[in-house]
Each structure stands twice: as C-alpha cells, then as structure tokens.
Design a protein around this ligand. Sequence first.
Ligand code: ADP
Ligand code: MG
Length: 680
Amino acid sequence: MNQLFQSVSTLKNVAQKRTDAYKKLSINTVYDLLYHIPRQYRDFSNPVPVSELVPNTISSIRITIRQKLPPVFPRHGLSIFKAIAEDNTSSITIIIYNNHYAFDSLQIGKSYFMFGKIGNDMFGREILSPHIIPAECKNLLKPIYPLTTGLTSNMIETNMKQALEILEREPFEWMPKNILNEHHLLPLTQAIPQLHFPKDNYEVQSARRRLAFDELLQLQLGMLMLRNNLKKDLAQALSSDISLKPFFDVLPFKMTDGQFNAVKEICNDLCKSKPMNRLLQGDVGSGKTAVAAVCAYFAIKNNVQCALMAPTEILARQHYQTFKSFLEPFGIFVGLLVGSQKTKEKRDIRNKLETGEIQMLIGTHAVFQKDVVFSNLALVITDEQHRFGVEQRSMFAEKGGCPHKLVMSATPIPRTLALLIYGDLDISVLKELPNGRKPIETYAVTGKLRQRAYGFIKKELLKGRQAYIVCPAIDESEQGLQAVSAYSKQIQEGAFSEFNVGLLHGKLSAKEKDTVMTSFQNGEYDILVSTTVIEVGIDVPNATVMLIEDAERFGLSQLHQLRGRVGRGKHQSYCILVTEHVTDSCRQRLQIMSKTRDGFVLAEEDLKMRGPGDFFGERQHGLPLLKVADMTQDMELIQEVQDTAKKLLKDDPTLMNPENRGLRLEVLRLFAQNNENGMN
Ligand code: ADP
Ligand code: MG
C-alpha cells in the first residue's frame, strides 16, 4: 500500500493534535508534507568570529561550550538559562528563555553552530534564544517553514525526515525524462530532499528551480488546455458582410492604426464559430471603448445581442452614456442594468432583454444574476479585466450558450506575465495613444511645496478646468475615510474656499457615488477629493490636474492609472505627486513616473521593485497560487516553460500519452483545487 498518500497521522509522533495543526496548513497526506515548502533558510554556514559580532544583528556563530550556569527564575513562568562559550577570538554568553530542554542538551566541551540575535551587556556579548545545531551537522542551511499553533519547525523537521524515507521507498516522478534532460532539471527524488535539507545554497537553488518549473508548467498547461477546450464549444459565426463605414462616418475622430487593427482582429474572430476569447490591452486613454463600440455595432447589425460589464456602477453608467451616443443614432436600443435600480426598472429591462428589444446591455455584476435571460447573446465585453478573476470570466461563458468574449484591460501586464495569466486568451494591444494628446507633465514634490501646488491648481480652476486630489485610503477603513473627509473639509474651508469641493469614496452607496461623479462631470464641483475609487476608467476631459497625496504608497502602475484620469481632452494636463518620504528609493520611483508615460515600462519597473503581488493578488483569484515560482526571479524560466508547454500540447493535446499522464494528473489536481473551471 502506498504510504505517500496516507494521512500524516501515519507518521511517528503525529497524533490527533498535530494532525489537526497540519490540516490548518492544508497538509493532509505525507505527500502534502513533502510539498510544504520552506519559506527561507537559516544560514549557519558563515559563522562570524565572536570578537567581530555587532550587537542587534542576527548572526551565526560557531562556539564551544565552557560552562553552564545554574538557571534563574526571576518570576513565575520565566526561567533563564545561561551558558558561557567561546571561539578562538572571544567568549560569549548564551541565553535561553524557558527552554530547559534546549539548555540540557548542550554539552560542555562540545561545539555548536548558533544563529540568533546578538546582544551586549556590561559583561560582554551575548546571543539570545539562538537556534542551535551541533557543529558536526552537515546541513548548515535550516529550513524555515510556515508554521501554525501546535507546530514547531523541529516537529516538521522530524516528520519530514520520515516522509523523505517514505519517498525513497516509493519514489515518484511525473515529468517525462526528455524534458528533465533537456532543461537540466533534478528528478523529484533529489529535488525534494534537497529542498528540505540542503547542504548549500546551490542545492537550494537547483531544487527550487525544479519545483518552480513544475508549478509554472502545470499552470501554463492548464491555461492552454482550458483555452483549447473552450475552442471546442461553438459560438455564433457572424457575417462579415456588415459594413462599418456608416459607423466610422459619424465617429468624431479618426481611429488610430492600433484601434483599426484591433477592430479587424476582433471582427475576424466574431465571424468564426470558434468562440472568441480575446484580451484587448491598451494603456489608459488609448481608446478601448471606441474599439468595443465598433465591435458591438458590428455584432448588433448581425442581429445578435451584446453585453458589456463594468466593475463599478459609475463606470457602467459612463459606458451607458458613451454607447448610447455611439449606437442610438443607428436605431440601436441600449439598456442599463445596475444594482441600485428599482426592482420594477430591473424587471422591465430584463423583459426587454428576453424579447430582444434591448440589443446592447451595459451593466455591473447584476448582469450575472440568474434571472437575466438574453434572447440571442453573441458578444460579451468585460471592461477592466484585472478586477475580475478567471471565475467570472467562465461565468459569462454560461450565459446564452457560448458567446464571443472580449476582455478590456488597462493594466499593462508585462508580456511574459500576460501569457501566463491569460494563457487562455488571445491578445490585441493598442500601442499608441490617439494623436494630438499632450503628454501629462508630472512632478514629484515634498509636502513643503503643497501650498505652491494648491496655487497652481487654483490657476487651472480659474481657467475653467477641474482637478482631482487623491488620498490613499487604500483600505477604505473608517480611519482612512475620516482622513479623506477631513482633507476635503480642510481645503474647502481653507485653500479652496471660493471653489466647490466634492468628495468620493468607496463607502458611499452606488447612487451617492453616481451623484457626485455626475456633478463633477457637469462641472458643479471644481475639485474632486477621492480615494482610489476613481482609478478605473472615469472620463472627464475638462479635468487637467491630478494631485496625489502620499504618492509613495502606490505602485507605479497604479499611479499611472490615476494619472490617466487627466490628459483626456485638448488641454495640457498635469500630475503632481506629493510625498513626505524623501528616501532615495522613493525619490527614484517617483522620478520614473515623471520621465515615463509608457504603462508597460512602468509595469516592468513595478514588477522589478515590488514583485508580482499586484498582478497575482486577489485580483487574479481563481488562478492557482504559486508557492515556489517567483515572477521577478524566474522570468527566463517562464519563457522556457512556455515553449515546453506549447511543444508538449502540440504533440499530445490532451496529455494522454503514457509518458505525459502523470503531468496531466498534476495539472488536473492543481486546477481542481483552485476553481471550478471544468477542464476534463
Ligand atoms: P480607455 O482605453 O482608457 O478606456 P477611452 O476609450 O475612455 O480610453 O478613450 C479616452 C478618450 O479618448 C475618450 O474621450 C475617447 O472618446 C477618445 N478617443 C478614443 N479614440 C480616439 C481617437 N482615435 N482619436 C481621438 N480621440 C479618441
Ligand atoms: Mg476605459
């Protein structure tokens, strides 16, 4: 019987309590335990001579025990154990709190590696609650595991040793041999033990590389298979006979080449029975909405229905206005469906959808509700994709058979990442901004210059322009909101007393937000103080200044998104980044903002400086979590993996060949754990 897949409770010393603790870490079987990845390693391998130790650092030393002092018990529940030790440079006191077991196991005359915080008292150096290993130990990198109550690193280590013995008896490997060879990957029977008990850093690196490769390959294969699978369902093939000329004739501007190309690619897809699954990526202000509107026109002239979903009600209403102005002149009926509408209003819209009277529906999540039935839905457009996970995308697939899907995103995701995250999508990119846009002048200033910045804003307001001020109540907590409210009150009563100041934040009801936004759009407010709720898609061409407080708190991509709220009209626009922090790295970051207006470049910078959190955060829920792979470190690996995945699936699209079956099972397991996207 295979012990690998039996409960961890079959291991020595693992009773109910520890089994439960493991369970909290999602470790149920011995196999799961083997895949409990160390977060980091404690490095005992470079001991510092005691005479050179610097107080308040965490250091590793190699010492010999000379004397053990009697324990002291200063108060109930506290026992302090001390030992005197030395290396050939100096002596040091070892201080252990409450752990008599650790203290008892120290032997006089024996040498140890210790790792811990260095202190200094009047008698000399000390090391506090150190981690200890005997000097003869071969593995000088000790894994640091994610823990939970009832579970210590030592317990895990002991259990892991036994789990590794089981692995030795029951070795497994799912990667085809030729891939292992071609990419110089360790077999799992070597990578897993090395990961837990490495001799040196090289062993850690090669083990991690193997496991990261696995993870990325499974993710990539899963995404590609998902896509191939979707392509099997049939969508309505629209007719290419529809002319777009009437639409272009009334469009108030000339489309950019990029917009034209995207339209071509999308309409091309729409004419196939293979469902379109395309991402339209374009920087803020690149004109994605117009592209979407042409394509909607194309679809609706084919006598099918089209739906557009936006992440917020403000945006949905804005799109509603835009689409109405684009489509109504052609007799197309545009409807709006959002959460805040009255029941009766919603019912009326739903009826008109069911009869097909409404040809273009704009909405928020409310669109998803079960009782929304379309008569003939063929194209679904989602705006600002990064707010939605894979799950929502697949939900759309269930509405009205299998519609074509277009996803619009302004998050400039680096290409390597995009391929990985959106492995199941084709991508169109709008590279350039419409002609004649003046670059937004961006300045980074310290709080000392705030009054001057206000003065500058005033000048713009007096010219009839409007301004945004963003405060980073990132979490929209009570406290954060108080800060924005106080801020708006303060400037309304102070610096901007002769102007109208509006306030927008996430805790307002949809209706309230809408009222504020509409007032701003109509020019009733001169300044809008806001949290990041305005980040997404708002279009007020008369606004020319964006002032961002505590700018250092935002990622570059997010700053770029915020900045994109201005510079949308014919007037020169400005972005002022205010920060109290004047550290070099902060200044450097904000400098990049002043120099660069290419969202892709900024995203790459973000990725380098902040890691992939922004891309792989909650926004991407529905995607399997990566435990080992690190997007900032493993770019080259991603490329390798992508090539491998494509090659594999080209020769064996369902991974049913005997040598690929193990891999297939792993992919299925990964995706089954994480979402309900069936991919059988
Ligand atoms: P985004 O890609 O950020 O969604 P929008 O679609 O909101 O951008 O477009 C931004 C602004 O640019 C809108 O006011 C839109 O009417 C305008 N616009 C779009 N395409 C062009 C174009 N080719 N020439 C001039 N203006 C355009
Ligand atoms: Mg937009």
